[in-house]
Design a protein around this ligand. Structure first.
Ligand SMILES: Cc1cc2nc3c(=O)[nH]c(=O)nc-3n(C[C@H](O)[C@H](O)[C@H](O)COP(=O)(O)OP(=O)(O)OC[C@H]3O[C@@H](n4cnc5c(N)ncnc54)[C@H](O)[C@@H]3O)c2cc1C
Length: 520
């Protein structure tokens, strides 16, 4: 995949695309994969990098959502549990099962959570990940040695899925490309075009790198811009009433000492009525999240001090060594593209079901939902888009469509396992040129070969693309990422012909971005 080749395809495209998808997060890329694998001709445009929005900022769980079970949304839980199973089947290099323990400190918790988690397990049916059961106090501490022991009675264990969100997204971009989709990052859709009847028949866009303007027509335009959905809807219809009620969630990342072992903690009831997870992730401890209503969505949301304090305080109630601000290696925020519901003011109570909405201008918007359910959302959306665009009906084929790099024993590639089958190619390059195997920072496992690979094959265009989404350095350890930036810039400069000014600009831009991830 490379950008010049993609632009070549766009310029050579003779007439209307079957579908233009706006937004390169899990939803948009999922829709593009579904549509192209049915044989439709698809263009996808992302204003920033693929996954720059919410899709790189999640809790990284492929899950049914124990919380939605408590809310009584059995349909959503069953659908998500099935999708969790399909994700594991189609992307085994990037999704794996993980044990979660709900610690019990009150007498009623064991029967209550034990029963609920048994139901959760049963709802997964043939897509089950493992049997839930009650644990003794000793067993609980074997799974979670860092848990606070005072008053601990035992626990309940259940299994869910974990994945690397941005890495999965990059592999989905690859999959889309392999299915024939033309994809461009750093191309912002600035408006829509309409036919004589006032129906949307295309888009206007601008390349953020070159300023080149694009006008492209399509039989249907699909707005998959997540928390930004209302912006494009208003570009098509200035009076469109808002659909999105954005809500921010943050995560704190600590070293591995806060969660020794391979199990995660699940706290089912925080003081704000949400769940809190502490999860082992890439050799670190990921803790979150919050649910803070916000007025406008931005591409680089920032955690508030209250959110940070809340996560620290809640984690401190369960861990024998309470984490403090000084222990935070990275803090990141994401925005849920929740769909408004009349009479619901609390974003935590809003449904996580997805919605497909067609404005009177014919612009189709898909929003809400979850990372886990992206495939099902895409199937639903493409079914409706094909009807709206009067395209020949073709069945969805993504149930068994492997995600690029799918490999059943990727663990053999060690730190490169997230690349799946591509890891063998990266290893070959390291064998041919041992410099490519040099570590980029002592605190993180990433090597030089990953940078050249990402620029040549994964459309990485900036230092941030490498450190935030091709590797996860920025999310794991913001200070280490900052120290890595000049070295990354040098490697990218020789790949992308950056001059000294371009290198300085890149490093400077990254320095500013990192400020959002450093604890204050
Ligand atoms: C804190 C948090 C934790 C979460 N944890 C989980 C979890 O563990 N498991 C789970 O299943 N789900 C989870 N979710 C939900 C999940 O992350 C989201 O539902 C999903 O990522 C939304 O994807 P999206 O593609 O709709 O939005 P996004 O990923 O935000 O993608 C939209 C894209 O559109 C682009 N865009 C916007 N405007 C334009 C334009 N004009 N032109 C071109 N491009 C444009 C943006 O740049 C962006 O990249 C979590 C969400 C949050 C906030």
């Amino acid at each position: 995949m490379n950008r010049a080749q993609m632009w070549g395809r766009v310029r050579a495209h003779p007439d209307a695309w079957d579908m233009i998808v706006v937004g390169g997060g899990a939803t948009g890329v999922g829709v593009a994969i579904d549509a192209a694998s049915r044989g439709y001709d698809v263009l996808l445009l992302e204003q920033s990098d693929f996954g720059k929005g919410t899709s790189s900022r999640s809790t990284k769980l492929a899950h049914g959502g124990v919380r939605y079970l408590e809310q009584g949304n059995i349909g959503l839980v069953m659908e998500a549990l099935k999708e969790r199973g399909l994700l594991l089947q189609n992307a085994p290099h990037l999704v794996h099962d993980l044990a979660f323990v709900v610690p019990n400190y009150d007498w009623w918790e064991a029967p209550f959570y034990g029963l609920g988690l048994k139901l959760y397990q049963l709802l997964a049916g043939k897509y089950g990940f493992g049997k839930s059961r009650l644990l003794s106090r000793e067993e609980t501490l074997e799974h979670l040695p860092t848990l606070k022991t005072e008053g601990l009675r035992g626990g309940a264990i259940y299994y869910d899925g974990q994945f690397d969100d941005a890495r999965l997204l990059i592999h989905m971009v690859f999959t889309a490309f392999e299915q024939g989709v033309t994809l461009l990052n750093y191309v912002e859709v600035t408006g829509v075009t309409k036919d004589g009847m006032g129906f949307v028949d295309g888009i206007l866009a601008r390349d953020a790198e070159t300023g080149e303007e694009l006008r492209a027509s399509a039989k249907v335009v699909i707005n998959a811009t997540g928390a930004f959905s209302d912006g494009l809807r208003r570009a098509a219809e200035p009076t469109a009433s808002p659909m999105i009620m954005p809500s921010q969630g943050i995560h704190l990342v600590f070293g591995p000492e806060f969660l020794q072992g391979e199990s995660a903690i699940m706290v089912p009831h925080t003081s704000d009525g949400r769940v809190l997870f502490a999860i082992p992730w890439h050799g670190h401890t990921l803790v979150g999240t919050t649910d803070t209503p916000i007025s406008t969505a931005t591409l680089e949301p920032v955690a508030t001090e209250q959110e940070i304090e809340f996560v620290l305080a809640t984690a401190g109630q369960y861990l024998s060594k309470a984490p403090s601000c000084n222990h935070i290696l990275s803090v990141f925020a994401g925005i849920r593209p929740l769909v408004r519901a009349s009479g619901v003011a609390n974003t935590a109570a809003l449904s996580r079901d997805h919605v497909i909405h067609i404005d009177t201008s014919g612009l189709m918007t898909i929003c809400g939902g979850k990372w886990t359910t992206y495939r099902h959302m895409a199937e639903d959306c493409v079914d409706q888009a094909a009807t709206l665009a009067q395209l020949p009906e073709r069945p969805c084929v993504t149930h068994h469509l492997s995600i690029h790099g799918a490999h059943s024993s990727a663990q053999q590639f060690g730190a490169l396992s997230v690349y799946g089958a591509d890891a063998a190619e990266i290893q070959k390059r390291i064998q041919n040129d041992p410099h490519q195997g040099e570590r980029l920072h002592p605190a993180l496992p990433y090597v030089k070969a990953e940078v050249t690979w990402a620029v040549r094959h994964e459309m990485a265009r900036s230092i941030e693309d490498i450190l935030a989404r091709r590797t996860r350095a920025l999310f794991l350890n913001a200070r280490a990422a900052l120290e890595m930036a000049p070295g990354i810039a040098d490697l990218m400069a020789s790949e992308l012909n950056w001059d000294e000014d371009a290198v300085a600009r890149q490093v400077n831009t990254f320095r500013q971005i990192v400020q959002n991830y450093l604890p204050r």
